[in-house]
Design a protein around this ligand. Structure first.
Ligand code: ADP
Length: 264
């Protein structure tokens, strides 16, 4: 059993990814959609706004309108694109958001402590949150009947409000809840790089107790969240987390064979 997250940044070859995935069984797929979201939201006159927390993590500011556009792109365009491609290669995929059947449940963040122009500030009204519960029986029910869950944020709050959550962290939580052996996170880079501009500067192996140090030293932007997710997964009992690239043929197989960054 494994959980695989595929990102949504430019350069990912979804056809090659799905062809490769078709050879595997017993997994849950989580996906992103950041690049199409940025493109479509900008066309709609609502470009994404990013905020930086006091602890240095970047995330999208999600008001109601942003959340609706987010749903259009993640749950509409990206989720159904992957379901369609998987169906074409014989995988009985079923696409759901974390809201459906309360698959991903959590609490809305009341107020965010952010840094804006070098100053600390409290931000309210952000529809984002933290996942605290995974509806494991529902995922098991689907898997046991031969369906492959294809999942995307948003999650749902205890009050029934959609909350945006980070895709990598969703995947980590799901991996923990399903007691998956592995979590694989594929993006448009081959793994954690010493220099993000140089694909040859791959860091092949990270021990669990080095994660913090690697977050501080090498990871920028959303790569920080991938390492944080890896830490959460390992702390929750997942045996290894693999970060790999999805630009070419057989991205999952190559990553499982050790072509990316292995965290254990
Ligand atoms: P996804 O959309 O797949 O979740 P992102 O595109 O948000 O993923 O995250 C991957 C990005 O992280 C890369 O495209 C890269 O620009 C950036 N990044 C920052 N620091 C690093 C690093 N040290 N190594 C690799 N990528 C990094």
């Amino acid at each position: 059993m494994f959980v695989i997250k595929v990102g949504g940044s430019q350069g990912i070859d979804y056809d090659a990814f799905v062809r490769d995935l078709a050879q595997y069984r017993d997994y849950v797929l989580v996906h992103g959609g950041s690049s199409p979201l940025e493109e479509i939201a900008t066309k709609l006159g609502k470009p994404p706004v990013f905020i930086t927390s006091v602890s240095g993590f970047t995330s999208r500011y999600t008001d109601r309108e942003t959340l609706e556009i987010f749903n259009m792109v993640y749950a509409g365009k990206m989720n159904k694109m992957l379901v369609e491609k998987l169906q074409q290669v014989g995988v009985n995929a079923i696409g759901l958001t974390g809201m459906d059947g309360r698959i991903l449940e959590g609490r809305q963040k009341e107020a965010l402590k952010i840094i804006e122009n070098g100053r600390k500030k409290i931000l309210r009204g952000d529809l984002s949150g933290i996942i605290e519960r995974v509806n494991t029986p529902l995922l098991r029910l689907l898997l046991d009947h031969g369906y492959t869950p294809v999942l995307t944020p948003p999650a749902i709050s205890y009050e029934g409000v959609a909350i945006n959550v980070d895709g990598d962290r969703c995947a980590a939580q799901i991996a923990v809840a399903l007691r998956a052996e592995r979590l694989v996170i594929l993006s448009n880079v081959p793994g954690l790089l010493r220099n993000p501009q140089d694909f040859h500067s791959l860091i092949e192996r990270i021990a669990r107790d080095q994660i913090e140090e690697f977050i501080q030293t090498y990871a920028r932007g959303s790569m920080k969240k991938k390492l944080l997710s890896a830490k959460e997964a390992l702390d929750g009992g997942v045996k290894e987390v693999l970060l790999g690239g999805a630009r070419g043929e057989a991205p999952l197989t190559k990553t499982l064979q050790g072509m990316g960054t292995r965290i254990l």
